[in-house]
Design a protein around this ligand. Structure first.
Ligand SMILES: [Zn+2]
Length: 251
């Protein structure tokens, strides 16, 4: 799948999923229409669908303008977000099939950051592409605006269980602060120390750290490591829920 990241509002990411053979693209989380229109025009691409991960304005604010450019295109979002995503036409339940950018994927319900929400996963032979909105970021996770720690952990467990070579496309460029917080928690962990250096190098080079690697998140993101013995020893916790709740308190 060809993924074209589009920065909006400075640190938000929208993504164009390009279908090369049809010269069309679906867009994930168009918080703003302008930058999306610019990249569509630059690539000679026609907008074919809009995929929203959740209802927050910095992810859906551009939908109104984009549907006027391409009337009748599908606007996908969670069934649980009905009434909160402008111009929504498709109301997805967990596991529903999704087609975008010439690829077939699946909606994964992601309650936690909000009470509704979906991630979009497009499998590939050796991994896949995951558009996780504000659920999972580099080194950290989204705020629990409408969910509980238990709910979020259940969601993150499902994302963690996806194939190891999955590319993760998050809703924001938060990797530097996320990994810095992980390093503050475990300053002597050599894997996190090395990651911090790699993140700084990537930002200096291109201003971005995407795509993230789901496998690297599993090894370095504290919010995917509730069952890691070292982290449990550090936090003085024993069970999965207990450890995750403690992480929510200290980070
Ligand atoms: Zn959000």
């Amino acid at each position: 799948m060809r993924v074209l990241p589009v920065k909006t509002f400075g640190d938000n990411y929208a993504y164009l999923l390009v279908d090369e053979s049809r010269h069309t693209a679906a867009v994930v989380d168009p918080g703003q229409a302008g930058p999306v229109r610019e990249w569509l025009a630059r690539g000679g691409l026609k907008l074919a669908a809009i995929l929203a991960t959740h209802h927050h304005d910095d992810h859906v604010g551009g939908i109104g303008e984009l549907v006027t450019l391409a009337p009748g295109i599908p606007v996908l979002g969670a069934a649980a977000d009905k009434g909160r995503i402008p111009h929504q036409t498709d109301f997805l339940e967990d596991g529903d099939p999704v087609e975008a950018g010439g690829m077939r994927g699946t909606a994964i319900a992601t309650p936690g950051h909000t009470r509704g929400g979906v991630a979009y996963f497009f499998p590939a032979p050796l991994g896949g592409d995951l558009f996780a909105g504000d659920t999972l970021f580099g080194g950290t996770m989204g705020n629990l605006f409408e969910g509980t720690p238990d709910r979020m952990r259940a969601t993150l467990k499902r994302l963690r269980d996806l194939p190891e070579r999955t590319r993760l496309w998050p809703g924001h460029e938060y990797t530097e602060s996320g990994v810095r917080d992980a390093l503050r928690l475990q300053p002597d962990d050599p894997v996190i120390v090395a990651r911090m250096a790699a993140v700084e190098a990537a930002l200096a080079r291109s201003g971005r750290t995407i795509p993230l690697s789901l496998d690297e998140e599993r090894r370095t993101n504290p919010f995917l490591r509730w069952d890691d013995p070292d982290l449990r020893a550090l936090l003085g916790t024993t069970g999965d829920k207990d450890t995750f709740r403690k992480l929510c308190e200290v980070l």
